[in-house]
Design a protein. Structure first.
Length: 202
């Protein structure tokens, strides 16, 4: 692959980055040409992980790629941490891996305090299905109507149970949230934590 193509995202972002506080690039899982160009064009990268052994190996592979790019290009991307995702705190594997990530391997993985549970309603938020009956004035009208009532439609304001301290280090968020939490409030805290890690919030 011609080396100049690896700078395509970086050069494109340089033209518009002053217009934004944050620009997020969502890469598909796995190493690819696209993920390499995204790393070169970024200041930080975050790795969502399912608390399972293969996910941890995936983070290590991305780290290796970032180190390779820093040697061969002017890539200066920094690792901001992992966000445990689709977490099933009642599964032994998830608890044990989380104890590693939040325990003896904390400095390696830099985990976010606020993780995301395995929640059908949360996954449904990512579905982008336009309801033809709501489209009146073209595409934009349909999108506005589709997402106007996100909270009531998916009930993300419902209280969820934080795992008990007996389940291991996944219970750390209890210190901030208590025994129960609302999913959208946790996502707000996660966004705030991200902003502090990358230096856009004090």
């Amino acid at each position: 692959m011609p080396m100049n193509l690896y700078y395509a995202i970086k050069e494109g972002l340089e033209e518009v980055q002053e217009q934004y506080d944050v620009i997020l690039i969502d890469c598909p899982p796995g190493l690819s040409f696209f993920s390499s160009t995204a790393l070169i064009g970024s200041d930080f990268f975050v790795s969502p992980i399912i608390p399972e052994p293969l996910s941890l190996r995936g983070v290590e592979l991305v780290h290796d790629r970032a180190r390779e790019l820093s040697r061969d290009t002017n890539c200066k991307v920094e690792f901001a941490g992992v966000i445990p995702n689709i977490v099933k705190h009642y599964r032994n594997t998830h608890r044990n891996i989380a104890d590693q990530v939040y325990g003896e391997r904390r400095n390696e993985f830099k985990p976010f305090l606020f993780w995301l549970p395995d929640n059908e309603r949360l996954r449904a938020l990512g579905e982008f299905e336009i309801d033809p009956e709501r489209i009146k004035d073209g595409w934009a009208g349909g999108v506005d109507n589709k997402f106007y009532g996100v909270y009531p439609k998916y009930a993300v304001s419902w209280l969820l149970n934080n795992p008990s301290p007996e389940t291991g280090l996944l219970s750390q968020a209890r210190r901030v949230e208590g025994e129960r939490y609302r999913l959208h409030e946790r996502i707000d805290k996660l966004v705030e934590e991200f902003g502090k890690k990358v230096g856009i919030l004090a």
